[in-house]
Design a protein around this ligand. Sequence first.
Ligand code: HEC
Length: 463
Amino acid sequence: MASLKLWGAIAFVCLGLAGCDSDDAASTGGGGSAPTDVTFHRDVEPILQDNCLGCHYDGKIGGFSLATYEEAAPLANLIAAQTEAGLMPPWGAHDTDECHPIRPWKNDLRLSDEEISKLRAWADQGAPEGDPADAPPAYTPPPDGLANRSVELSPAVPSTVSGTSDQFTCVVYDPALTEDKWVDGIHFVAGNPIVAHHALTFRVDRARAEELSGGAPTFPCFGGSPGEIIHVWAPGTQPFELPDDVGIKLTPDQVVVVQMHYHPTGTTTETDTSKIQLRFKAEDPSYEFYVLFPGNAENAEDGLLPGPNDAGPTPEFRIPANVKDHTETMEIAVPNEIFFDIPILMVMAHMHYVGVDLKFEIHRANPPGGQEQDECFLHNPAWDFGWQRFYTFDVPIADLPTAKAGDTLKIRCRYDNTKSNPFVAQALADRNMSEPVEVLLGEETLDEMCLAPVGILVPAGIL
Ligand code: HEC
């Protein structure tokens, strides 16, 4: 089944790291009539426990705690404003007018319109505390780390992070396996949360890793993909656990390489020793997990459609300088050689700093039972490079959506290449540049991408 690999290779480029976001707030606010008599303990505390305390708790990435009335009440207005604007929780994918993902996601922190209205009403009513007897059971943080882990890997040397520009470092972790293992759980443990912004984990042939690193335990790596991606970590994400009967094969000839995106403090020199936890399966699984990277079509042959700023009739991926509303759209056919339904376990969006909005849909040639002909998987109208995650469907394998030969994956990316896009402004400032430049497809920070990475399940051993 080399063709499936080839399909992945069409757009198998590194998830190069850079950042971007929209200054347009996502449209999740509004809706629902204003509730009356809202109190902290009865109405607000459960919402904060379920959706916010994972980050807004002592020592967590959110920077401040929202666990108690005394902590949350002074911020009532800010909480209402941030949730109405769709900025908190920070993940940028939403249910929108043009995209209603039909399957639930794991660890879905999105708030309903009703919950947002409650937070607003609480603020407007002066943030009343209410009766402590109405409070939900006290919050207990989820256990830190991967349950039943088999190993915890450490880098040979710590990484040093300083200066003012983001730093991209590949760190080699050697599991030193003596036999093949099937991994079904991965967790990245940030050593220094002040600077560890983001981590992509790859499995890499030992020889390839040595070639890239020159034998060093760490090496610089903004662009390019060192191997096959197996995990994406951002602050606040839970351990990655595959469904029963699914694994990722790791052989003695492979090492794990983590591409770290560090965000320096600007004033201090920090060190980071982040760890990787792996859990091995006792039995061989029926399915293997792979990530494909549909998107990044550079020309019509790859699936790029005509766009608003093409110079002539030939589609081109080119984002002119100072254009605020630029769109690139691509349609990627699942090749005819693929003879089985490919279950899609998870989806993700990926662009760099100029991108502001990504939508990913599938058009099925012959929808299998129960599946719509056109299905929107993901709309990320508040794209923020700093908050990338996989959205994993929370359904049994038999109920996962599938793709098969003849289907078409459709990806639409929007860009704002002006200085009013704060991420463009920051990227320019980092490079001592004063004006936006024309942006093309590529792996550098001021290049762009338009990718909808999908995590798929393939019968074990078929590739
Ligand atoms: C995945 C982690 C995460 C989750 C979940 C999260 N936050 Fe945050 N929040 C942050 C971080 C980090 C910041 C600091 C600013 C930033 O990086 O965006 C922040 C900032 C804030 C701010 C301050 C914004 C400002 O302008 O100063 C408020 C208010 C807030 N969050 C409220 C919430 C609420 C309410 C929820 C739940 C509905 C929530 N957050 C969920 C990580 C999170």
